[in-house]
Design a binder for this molecule. Structure first.
Ligand code: GTB
Length: 216
């Protein structure tokens, strides 16, 4: 059955692979699943046809036969659960990998999103200059704990898993902030993941969409 995901027609990240279709593309590449992409304008994302798939009018969505999903975490769990390559077979190891997926989106990602909001969305507010350092310190607290946990291991719990994929995707949002570089083992962890062939294919595909939109 054909898998179809949705992505921005013209991503505001300018092809840096920071929108959440990137993590879904990467999971599909890691598990060797071919997929189609339906590109949407901002207006199309808020129209009834897309709202029927995604109640909040966002990307990404995932369609496969009569199954339609939204939320990147749920989509990646579905892909990893159905196809080999992103979750271990051993039940306890599998549960721990899923735990890291939740840790990434529930514990590490929120302050990182707050930084984006504080700097970009609310950057012109009078209190922004005070808020940004507070949020940065909250991020540092998470990164310090994650860095101590990872130590000199390659991945969070044995072999590369959906937990690593999600954690790396969350950490990549910090690439231009300077914060990741304060934790060399985390910077190396992200670089190690970005060197994976599946990541490279996913990144190239989303970049090609941006290039076509900006030249076409
Ligand atoms: N919790 C949902 C999930 O994980 O799937 C969040 C989905 C989401 O935030 N989607 C965003 C969206 O559709 C795109 S990824 N936004 C449009 C809207 O809400 O109307 C977020 C994003 C946007 C832009 C950049 N950027 O420019 O760097 C990075 C990430």
């Amino acid at each position: 059955m054909t898998i179809t995901i949705t992505a921005f027609e013209a991503s505001p990240d300018r092809g840096r692979g920071l929108a959440r279709d990137m993590r879904v593309r990467w999971a599909l590449e890691e598990t060797g699943q071919p997929y189609d992409v339906r590109l949407l304008s901002f207006a199309e994302m808020k129209e009834p046809a897309h709202l029927a798939l995604h109640p909040f009018g966002q990307i990404p969505t995932y369609e496969e036969g009569d199954l339609a999903l939204f939320e990147s975490g749920a989509i990646i769990f579905h892909i990893a659960d159905r196809h080999a390559g992103l979750l271990p077979d051993e039940p306890n190891a599998r549960a721990r990998a899923v735990t890291w997926m939740f840790a990434a989106i529930n514990t590490v990602e929120p302050p990182i999103l707050d930084l984006f909001t504080a700097k970009i969305v609310e950057g012109d507010q009078p209190w922004a200059a005070q808020r940004v350092p507070l949020v940065q310190d909250r991020i540092r607290a998470r990164l310090a704990d994650l860095s101590a946990y990872l130590g000199d291991a390659d991945w969070l719990d044995g072999a590369f898993s959906a937990g690593d994929l999600m954690m790396v995707e969350v950490l990549r949002r910090l690439s231009t902030s300077g914060l990741l570089a304060e934790y060399p083992n985390l910077a190396a962890y992200v670089a190690r993941a970005e060197a994976r062939p599946a990541y490279q294919r996913a990144f190239a595909d989303q970049l090609a969409v941006f290039m076509a939109a900006s030249t076409g």
